[in-house]
Design a protein around this ligand. Structure first.
Ligand code: SF4
Length: 223
């Protein structure tokens, strides 16, 4: 007798994933309004063998939802990719377009929620529903040693995906936690709002990635 198991959702939702009805309807609305845009769950960017995973909140409407590459095409991407280039975690030139030739180096980027939410605000249920794909992403990264969570929602989602309780592992900008074989670094999200209000300055953001760079340089690579 075989035992029924829940199928592994994997790391990448189908382009027409409708597990979140509100987000699927929002996607369809924008498919009609802007048929040349990506308007689908945005896949992770970067090599699966990377040691670092950066986790954002969700695609921006006119950023990743338009271009199809995480953090590409809006202000948050300007600061993130500039910072990754500064610390040798990306190669090439970032020009806010998926065909700019930029490559990630030992790093990968994904989002806690893969579809663009209205007003950048996914509901709690949507965050829980999409977590299966983050879990799949973590599971497929055999060399993963470090995660940067951009903001509290990304932090809590990563912590839950790693089987821990966020109440025991609270978000702290500039802090880090060792969770099993992975070190989780926290940063405020690099959104325009956070930088305009100076909740996060470029210097603060670079300091987090400087810590990440030092950590990756100090730990041995898997054989
Ligand atoms: S947010 Fe995630 S789970 Fe929800 S519809 Fe999009 S891909 Fe599917």
């Amino acid at each position: 007798m075989t035992t029924a198991t829940c199928p592994d959702p994997g790391s990448t939702p189908s382009p027409d994933c409708n597990l979140c009805p509100r987000l699927a309807a929002f996607r369809r609305e924008w498919q009609a309004r802007e048929p040349a845009w990506f308007n689908a769950p945005v896949p992770s960017f970067g090599p699966v063998g990377a040691r670092l995973l950066v986790v954002g909140l969700a695609p921006g409407l006119r950023g990743a939802n338009r271009t199809g590459r995480p953090f590409t095409g809006d202000y948050a991407g300007d600061l993130l990719y500039e910072t990754l280039l500064t610390f040798g975690l990306a190669r090439g030139r970032y020009a806010a377009s998926p065909d700019d030739g930029l490559e990630l180096a030992d790093s990968r980027i994904t989002n806690a929620v893969r579809c663009v939410p209205p007003e950048n605000k996914p509901t709690g249920a949507e965050i829980v529903t999409c977590r299966r794909f983050l879990s799949g992403t973590l599971a497929e990264m055999a060399n993963l040693q470090a995660i940067v969570a951009l903001g509290r929602v990304a932090h809590d989602t990563v912590v839950r995906a790693l089987g821990r309780a966020p109440t025991r592992v609270p978000f702290r900008h500039g802090g880090h936690y060792d969770l099993g074989n992975v070190r989780l670094f926290d940063s405020y999200h690099c959104s325009r709002y956070n930088t305009n209000t100076r909740v996060l300055t470029p210097e603060m953001f670079r300091a987090v990635f400087g810590d990440v760079r030092d950590f990756l340089d100090a730990v041995p690579r898997a054989a």
